[in-house]
Design a protein around this ligand. Structure first.
Ligand code: SF4
Length: 363
């Protein structure tokens, strides 16, 4: 996946801000690398089988880096096998217990994510940084509004975004003091405006690569809209080196939503495009069901393909002519277009079967 969504014309984003690249198990974040797509497993990490299964699903959907929580002894114990059998670089998500970070490094993870609000004393952070340096593993400083250290409480009350930025800068300094510079940051909040403000301000003062996300953004529909609203502003300004759309949903949906967002902005190639009309009182066939089915199949097609599913002849022929495959439903028949040309007219009752066969032919 490496070029924009078909139909995206011209640049939609400012030039990417130049950041200092880091290497995450062979996947570069920052520098001139494309904006990376990440997600996180929601299985118990101690259940290696389930976690590996979900990692594979995420990678199939396009995840380039996957984060797993390392929160207890069972997770730490399962991690060496998960790392060994994973088909993508893994990030260990660490809260509270710096010993979990040390165990994750021993297990061979490609990156650590530590939360400066709860990882403990600077001594513990330095111990983790020294071990990470020994393993050649970068660290993401993952600052989160909901778990900011209490020393930033006064600042957060006055300037929430400023508190996120200050927490990240202080942690970068703690790591730099022991010679550790292999870092990325994330400045997350469940409030999109705060995320935009914090990421913009950080980008103005640091070349450390940024992982973008609106934390706890919500369920599939609302969370996607809220995340995309915030991230599109930042990506449009050239800010952001990697993204996660954090949803209370199957994490595969996070990956899909990220690619739809990035390809719409011309930043990554996504999936084949399905143009579907919203339907209205003129609709002649069940566009909603057909479009949903075609969209599923389209994720396995070459990304430069376009399929249009249109409910009547008002805009149907026009859209179909601009697509690799299109339908325009009439009163009694449905016109099937291929490569912009009318291919044939079929009976409505044959539509689902014929359309799905035609989609298969695009593979
Ligand atoms: S293409 Fe036809 S059915 Fe679909 S929204 Fe437009 S007018 Fe309505």
């Amino acid at each position: 996946m490496s070029s924009p969504l078909p139909g995206t014309s011209g640049p939609t984003c400012a030039a990417r801000r130049v950041t200092r690249p880091i290497d995450v198990g062979g996947v570069t974040i920052g520098g001139d690398a494309p904006v990376r797509v990440q997600s996180m497993t929601c299985t118990r990490t101690g259940d290696a089988e389930a976690t590996l299964g979900q990692i594979r699903e995420l990678v199939t959907a396009g995840a380039e880096i996957v984060r797993v929580t390392v929160n207890d002894a069972a997770a730490a114990e399962a991690l060496p096998r998960i790392v060994a059998e994973s088909n993508t670089p893994l990030v260990a998500d660490i809260h509270y217990d710096h010993k979990m970070a040390l165990a994750a490094l021993e297990a061979g993870v490609a990156k650590l994510r530590i939360n400066p609000g709860n990882i403990g004393s600077a001594d513990k952070v330095r111990e983790v940084a020294t071990a990470a340096a020994d393993h050649g593993v970068p660290i993401r400083i993952g600052v989160n509004h909901g778990s900011l250290h209490k020393r930033y409480a006064d600042l957060a009350a006055l300037d929430p975004a400023g508190a996120l930025v200050q927490s990240a800068l202080d942690e970068i300094e703690t790591l730099a003091a022991v010679g550790f510079h292999d870092v990325a940051v994330s400045l997350k909040s469940s409030r999109p405006g705060e995320v935009i403000d914090a990421c913009r301000r950080f980008s103005g003062i640091s070349d450390v690569p940024q992982h973008l996300g609106v934390t706890e953004s919500g369920t599939l529909q609302a969370g996607t809209a809220i995340s995309v609203a915030a991230m599109s502003v930042l990506l449009g300004e050239g800010i952001g080196d990697t993204v996660r759309i954090s949803l209370a949903a199957d994490p595969v949906e996070e990956v899909r939503a990220a690619y739809y967002m990035l390809s719409s902005l011309g930043l990554r190639q996504g999936y084949a495009r399905v143009v579907a009309c919203p339907t209205c009182g003129r609709v002649e066939v069940d566009v909603m069901a057909l479009a949903a089915r075609v969209e599923e199949l389209a994720r396995d097609l070459p990304a430069d393909k376009t399929i249009s599913v249109m409910g009547c002849i008002v805009n149907g022929p026009g859209e179909a002519k601009g697509a690799d495959l299109g339908i325009a439903a009439g009163k009694s028949k449905v016109a099937i277009y291929r490569n912009g040309e009318l291919h044939r007219n079929i009976a409505k009752e044959d539509l689902e079967r014929v359309l799905l066969e035609e989609v298969e032919r695009l593979k």
